[in-house]
Design a protein around this ligand. Structure first.
Ligand code: ADP
Ligand SMILES: Nc1ccn([C@@H]2O[C@H](COP(=O)(O)O)[C@@H](O)[C@H]2O)c(=O)n1
Ligand code: MG
Length: 479
């Protein structure tokens, strides 16, 4: 990746998505034509980091790619398979499919691969075919929508064959697995998954697969920056590769820029919950259920940042257990109205906790006005958990935090809890209040022209409380 000044990287990081990997958009498309993005992602200036993964068939390329993607969970990663670019077979070729050489470079539509890669690298979403190994066709299944990403992994047996494709790559990996292991895996995969008979598999192997490996695939090993013996079994190699990619990308990692920003460790459970609450089709009931689960995780994580004092107890065995005592001087402050959705989780974790409220009215996004506050009198002696599920522009957060500071709360006693943060909001809050802590569950791409977080989850309060009319709520709350 091109080297950039730290300032450039910090500035450009506001357009970067950190919310975990996104392998495939699952939207269904009927054509293979690329589609321009309409979101802010289309403006990404940085080119993605492109990794090529080559190696013999059944060497473990896909397995290695999946391991890398899993470990790079806090980056947007897309996987592009060379299989998607197999030419469709003519009727004549289909009748004699066992004479077709799928391991020859000419079996692939490399021009289309180059077009797709060009668009992806220039910030455009693309639709990529899903190849069907049973029918030998690429138009049986709907194409998958692939959005631009921080990392593109290009995987396939002959991905290093064409110099134009090689030149796109920032890192080239060759998965080197013994021929007998590859053959054994191929037999199992082709008979079990592709429903082929063993005789056909062995014929194809001796006629095409092995000669093509020797003539076209093995000679490309010399282009590799890294050779991984034993594929996915080689955890050390995969760890090192992931470390290297992280270093290359890490300069724009918001958590590195702002050490007080904490993004809770992403897991598939967490990503699954985010998928549900971000889906516009999710029912109110499910939205509330999964939002509550996520909020609880964020609250628990936030509580972990409070100071603790050592405490010893006697266990039922008569032994001494040295533990800690919870911080007692704390309170919650919710930013009305969506912040109120986080109160129950806080009450469930901290029995009897005092919770204050702040209402900030939004007139456009630059004219924010504090119009209501009800805070504990002794708030300046407390640690404050500030509750608002979305950090967008950062304007309301700045208003709320400024009020807390005016009330005498030390900046370092404030922990701001939210579900999603836009990089712009993180920059605004962290630059202005470097000592407050932000705990969030995902960082999104950015803001759209209406200053709404994208991809975001829409109006959180409306979805959580099942209302559509903001105005009515403000009136009701202030009466
Ligand atoms: N380290 C491994 N140990 C056991 N089986 C493996 C290993 N790596 C891959 N496989 C299996 O071998 C087959 C081929 O692996 P895959 O990663 O799909 O290879 P490729 O993408 O290179 O064709 C798959 O069925 C996979 O589950
Ligand atoms: N219709 C097809 C198309 C391809 N193949 C074989 O797939 C192998 C490449 O896929 P990997 O996941 O192993 O990289 C290649 O060896 C082709 O022979 C096929 O069998 N049928
Ligand atoms: Mg594969």
């Amino acid at each position: 990746m091109d080297s950039k000044s730290v300032v450039d990287l910090i500035e450009s990081s506001s357009e970067v998505h950190f919310s975990g990997f996104h392998m495939d958009g699952l939207e269904q498309r009927s054509t293979g034509m690329e589609q321009p993005t309409t979101s802010a992602t289309g403006n990404i200036l940085r080119q993605p980091f492109v990794i090529g993964v080559a190696g013999g068939a059944a060497s473990g390329k896909t397995t290695v790619c999946n391991m890398i993607i899993q470990q790079l969970h806090d980056q947007r990663v897309v996987l592009v398979n060379q299989d998607s670019f197999y030419h469709n077979l003519s009727a004549e070729e289909l009748t004699r499919v066992h004479d077709y050489n799928f391991d020859h470079p000419d079996a692939f539509d490399t021009e289309q691969l180059l077009r797709i890669m060009h668009n992806l690298r220039h910030g455009q979403a693309v639709d990529i075919s899903n190849y069907d190994f049973k029918s030998y066709k690429s138009d049986v299944f709907p194409a998958r929508r692939v959005n631009p990403a921080d990392v593109i992994i290009l995987e396939g047996i002959l991905i290093f064959h064409d110099s134009r494709v090689r030149e796109l790559m920032n890192m080239k990996i060759f998965v080197d697995t013994d021929a007998d292991v590859r053959l054994a895996r191929r037999i199992r995969r082709d008979t079990v998954e592709k429903g082929r008979d063993i005789g056909t598999v062995l014929d194809q192997y001796s006629k095409f697969v092995k000669p093509a490996f020797d003539d076209f695939i093995l000679p490309t090993k010399k282009y590799a920056d890294i050779i991984i013996p034993r594929g996915g079994d080689n955890h050390v190699a995969v760890d090192l590769i992931v470390q290297h990619i992280r270093t290359k990308l890490g300069q724009h990692d918001l958590c590195k820029i702002y050490p007080n920003l904490y993004v809770i460790q992403s897991t598939f459970q967490i990503r699954g919950m985010h998928t549900l609450i971000r889906d516009s089709q999710t029912t109110k009931h499910d939205f509330v259920f999964y939002a509550d689960r996520l909020i609880r995780l964020v609250v628990e994580h936030g509580l972990g940042h409070l100071p603790f004092t050592e405490k010893q107890v006697i266990t039922p065995t008569g032994s001494v257990y040295t533990g800690v005592d919870f911080c007692k001087r704390l309170c919650g402050v919710s930013v009305i109205r969506s912040g109120e959705s986080m109160e129950n989780a806080l009450r469930a974790c901290c029995k009897g906790i005092k919770i204050g409220k702040i209402l900030i009215h939004r007139e456009g996004d630059n004219g924010q006005q504090l119009i209501y506050e009800k805070l504990p009198n002794d708030i300046s002696d407390r640690h404050v958990l500030l509750l608002d599920p979305i950090l967008g522009t950062g304007n309301s957060a700045v208003q709320a935090i400024s009020l807390l500071l005016r009330k005498g709360v030390p900046e370092s006693n404030i922990i701001f809890l939210n579900l999603i943060s836009a990089p712009q909001g993180v920059h605004v809050v962290c630059k202005r209040f470097p000592r407050i802590k932000i705990v969030t569950s995902e960082i999104d791409i950015g803001l759209n022209e209406d200053f709404r977080v994208i991809p975001g989850m829409g109006e959180f309060g409306d979805r959580y409380f099942g209302t559509d009319d903001d105005e009515q709520q403000v009136v009701a709350l202030t009466q």
